[in-house]
Unconditional design. Sequence first.
Length: 359
Amino acid sequence: MSPFSTLCGLLPLLLILLLASTVSAEALAEKPAVIRIGVATQGAGDPPTFGGSPAATVQQQGLLEKEFQPDGIKVEWVFFKGAGPAVNEALANHQLDFAFEGDLPAVLARANGIKTRLLLASGVRSDVKLGVPAGSEIHSIKDLKGHKVGIFRGTNMQLVVDGVLAANGLSERDLQVINLDTSSALAALAAKGIDASFSDFSLYKLQDLGLIKVIDESSSAGPQFTRQGHLLVLDDFDKAHPDLVQRVVTQFVQGSHWSSEESNRAAQFKLWAQSGIPEAVWATEYKNDQLKVRNSPLIDPFLIARYTAVANQALQLKLIRQPVEIDTWFEPVYLDHALHELKLEHYWTRYDASGKALS
């Protein structure tokens, strides 16, 4: 290996050490007793868990717990039925150190002055499905006009829904929108209390029971009609404990790698089924997708472009009052170091802003 190659490989580590040097030795010595990670979904089971992303794999395999057990540091996963908006409130009150949530809620938080750094992707290109009761006369997006439709506002589904509606000549104003969280929307849909609902993979569970029919999947219109998830950290925690942030990121990359291996597809769906969503639902959700595409942790041009688009759209819709700067929000140094340490620099494909693979 040439001296130049060695130097390039060491650069991420040198940057980590530089970050650590800006924090006093006293602060670094005061390790937290607990690392708190917020999850923008309602957990299921005892203890609560979730599925559908590498973050879920990290939690269910206990990767962080194993990593920090020798230090006597506990890991606490905090689930929020109120999804992203509830996570943001907890972040604002410094009740969390890290959070796993979607693009729009994080943009809203940044616009409101909550200082965070985006560390890596976790669960990308997730689409939004449209479900209607069995026997419904609604057969397409355009048929929704004037109907009662459930939308979980403030989550990373909202802007995808708005984009899908616009592509079909509609807006939320053309519908009777009812703001419902995921579980409430499923119950209302099954009971025919609403005419339709935009939601996630959980709709397949009702479809398998014969209660509803999924009539649209947003990803069929292109990757721009998908939502992205990520892991972020509060600025204060990042500045005080860059060494711990690196260890968290490295374990998330480990989980992303396991979740990206096609040989683990069946095992992964079985693992995620602990969340109460059957293996068959996960199989349907991923039926047309390579695991390496959906479970990539990379901060690539596609991810940055999607967050930029979300920020711009949120401003246009007056969900935020001022522009949100995106480029410096991402902190790739920890991810780059983890990829180098685990020899995964070339494992995942990077995509351009339009979603096409980069050579």
